[in-house]
Ligand binder design. Sequence first.
Ligand code: GUN
Ligand code: FE
Length: 422
Amino acid sequence: MTKSFVVKGNILYCEEMGKIKTEPNGYIVCIDGISKGVFSDIPEEYKDLELYDYTDKLIIPGLIDLHIHAPQFHQRGTGMDMELLDWLNKRTFKQESQFEDLEFADKAYTIFVDAMKKSATTRASMFATRHRPATLLLMEKLEESGLFSYVGKLNMDRHCPDYLCETPEESVSETIRWVKECGKFERTKPIITPRFIPSCTDETMMNLGKIAREYNVPAQSHVSENLSEIKWVSELCPNSRFYGDAYNNFGLFGGDVKTIMAHCVWSCDEELEMMKNQGVFIAHSPQSNTNVSSGIAPIRRYIDMGLKVGLASDVAGGSSESIMRAMVDAVQVSKLRWRLVDQALPCLTIPEVFYMATKGGGEFFGKVGSFEQGYEFDAVVLDDSLIPCPIEMSLEDRLERMIYISDDRHIKAKFVFGEKLI
Ligand code: GUN
Ligand code: FE
């Protein structure tokens, strides 16, 4: 539980987009959960601190998942032969309705939190279901796990099956009650979560905008994910200029309400301009965009525009919760996009997706996702000697190899805000 110590190992992290800094068998000093920086030798004043010696192992910042659906965890890898709206209507809504039952929720969320704890993810922004009690149960388990998270009780009061649909009054009163109940958590924070525009009435959206401001809570949702969804939104909201404008009309699109929007596969220029001006974080979910046939987001363009982009698993649209896998998927789909769609947009590189998975998404949580001085100390130690290799490799190659082929078995240690979880 000690929060002041030194760790030693091969350190890899980003300070800026697309550049990986390395310190071979260097040291990171952590004081009260905060990094004092990366050093080639332990500074004199810190020589007496406890040392975690991971000589020859790889030490990277904890990975950030900007968008994951906790109740869909056990749905991973099933029902994948459908496009988004069918997938929601035929599978996901029914599946999520089970979280009315707290005994079921307890079982499902125990499995989910256990998996998150064992993974390389240290922080995540999550969707729960529309059920307040089950959402609180998930938050209790996350708080106990030591991970940091934002968790959203969903709002859904239209265009969903009766068994899952809230009334506008219930949607708002349950949200206020839930936000108040979240005050007891330290590492687990509420985030206002209208599921997506088709699921929420104007009345509820307006009230959610008010709640976000009154209680100073951030927001998250889905935007411009899939073509049939976007067409539906344009019919539902004839007065919105584009999908994101429908959130913006209720003050739920960045600005004074810190916001994550998942997907942005088909965002128009105006939507992108608004996201840039209002500091909206984009949660890029390449595996989900492939699984539910949404498309390939032009992330190269968003990076060049200076938008804030992080990575996301979007379980269970994404069938893997691994952000290592999300990095690989992001690179791979960008290659297909370059080859098949638009050769003006070069593919993403490993240093770029590594930045997105760490400091890019980490910014949503504050000074998170790097080992620079002043950053909250989240780290994952990887033991790549478990995958034997007959040649000497550079640290950059060793990291790339781990991103492509490692799994949770290669995680030797994991720290979140200076606390050792593994
Ligand atoms: N849009 C609305 N709900 C969902 C969901 O659960 N997953 C994804 N990928 N998109 C959505
Ligand atoms: Fe999603």
